[in-house]
Design a protein around this ligand. Structure first.
Ligand SMILES: *Cc1c(COP(=O)(O)O)cnc(C)c1O
Length: 420
């Protein structure tokens, strides 16, 4: 694309943007009385304006019906998870029966590992990214210990080669092949939280399966950010949170994908709870767990209506905007940010892959000198990226609510800082 570093160009791009109207459906932030350029949607998405009414509806139904809200609420609580299945399935490329919304991300990661990390004495290793998000490291380490293994032996970490910022797909595949006989599970992030690199989940899944290993992904930074086809890619399981790109609020609920081929496998070990029990008999309170079909059979507790109501309101916006449209805009918007940042290549190095197919909307930038000073300057000038020690600034223009003008303003601030 032929980008231009000018206000009129940014304005023209916003005028031509068919998704620009969605910006108004979010509570944008101000800082010292001026509108802020919010670039932290990778960490906590902004609040959709429809959320308040969605919560009020549940408060009202609770007020009006008490326990009978399970069946009488406008959105009956007993079967609430069904209300999210359709939209969720579209977001991650799954059948509605392959997804369920429940709990939180790390909890769900553990639940999935209970079912899908089934090591034997010989085949017990887990391949993951070096410096994966800490919660994933802790979860996976503790799961290897649960099975009596030493995490230092059981976990094979893959990192970018010396001098490189990203992990090549062929290196991941080689690592899978090198560990073929011992590998039980390949567990990666869909998009790495630090570098912004999106992995080739289709190829990685095929490679894992070719050595008899399971393939699972943490989609915390992928869901709502990049197109996903979990069913077609034959991914075994996946988990994601909803408060990042899915704008569903702090501590928001989480999503789970279990491939159809596993969904009704009653031989899989699982941690069971009453909400995963056959729905038609759930309130009969009888002994003997009979799982619901599909991912819903992994539910434990009665639905967390408030976070789920927020998520429902947010998913309605994704349904209207459409993931394909969002992605098309995202490629342009992040491309524009990349173009702007490259004007300051003397001072900044982008570590996120250049190929749009290998990233979502986030760009991670190494600041060569005094990174924290630049970050503080940006914040003082109504730009809010996020800061990762020791020298990385992450910027995520989110196609639902970020504009080309936002990105232009980042350039303006950089120009003021570095001079040009
Ligand atoms: C954000 C994030 C988490 C956070 O886990 P919670 O259980 O939601 O607190 C975990 N893993 C990854 C990869 C993340 O990006």
């Amino acid at each position: 694309m032929d980008f231009e570093n000018s206000f009129s160009y940014a304005q023209k791009m916003d005028q031509e943007d068919s998704l620009a109207k969605f910006r108004d459906q979010f509570h944008l932030l101000t800082h010292n009385g001026k509108q802020q350029v919010y670039l932290c949607g990778n960490s906590l998405g902004l609040q959709p304006k429809t959320v308040r009414a969605a919560i009020e509806q549940e408060l009202l139904d609770w007020e009006k019906y008490g326990v009978e809200g399970h069946f009488n609420a406008k959105n009956p609580w007993f079967s609430y998870h069904h209300l999210l299945s359709q939209s969720t399935s579209k977001l991650v490329g799954a059948l509605p029966s392959e997804v369920v919304v429940m709990n939180n991300l790390t909890t769900n990661l553990h639940l999935m590992l209970v079912s899908f990390y089934r090591p034997t004495e010989k085949k017990y290793k887990i391949l993951m990214e070096a410096s994966a998000f800490p919660s994933d490291q802790y979860a996976i380490e503790s799961q290897t210990r649960l099975h009596g293994f030493d995490p230092n032996v059981a976990i094979v970490e893959i990192s970018a080669k010396d001098g490189e910022n990203n992990i090549k797909t062929e290196d991941i595949i080689s690592a899978i092949e090198e560990n073929a006989d011992e590998l039980s599970l390949v567990m990666l992030g869909g998009v790495n939280y630090f570098s912004g690199q999106a992995f080739d989940m289709k190829k990685i899944t095929a490679a894992a399966h070719s050595v008899g290993a399971v393939a699972g992904f943490d989609l915390a930074h992928a869901a709502g950010n990049i197109p996903l086809l979990l069913h077609d890619w034959d991914v075994d399981f996946a988990v994601w949170c909803t408060y990042k790109y899915l704008n569903s609020g702090p501590g928001g609920t989480s999503g789970v994908f279990v491939h159809e081929k596993h969904g009704n496998n009653r031989n899989l070990p699982r941690f069971a709870g009453w909400w995963g029990h056959d729905e038609s008999a759930r309130f009969q309170m009888k002994k003997g767990f009979v799982p619901m079909q599909g991912a819903a059979g992994w539910q434990l507790s009665n639905a967390q209506i408030f976070p789920m109501a927020i998520h429902k309101a947010s998913l309605e916006i994704f349904d209207k905007a459409g993931m394909d449209n969002l992605r098309a805009k995202s490629i342009k918007l992040t491309g524009y940010l990349e173009f702007i940042l490259k004007q300051y290549a003397d001072h900044l190095t982008i570590i996120t892959p250049e190929n749009p197919q290998e990233r979502g909307c986030q760009l991670s930038v190494i600041v060569k000198q005094d990174g924290r000073k630049l970050f503080d300057f940006l914040v003082a000038n109504q730009i809010l990226p996020d800061w990762r020690e020791p020298n990385v600034v992450r910027m995520s223009p989110v196609p639902l609510y970020s504009s080309f003008e936002d990105v232009y303003r980042v350039g303006e601030a950089l120009n003021n800082y570095f001079g040009n």
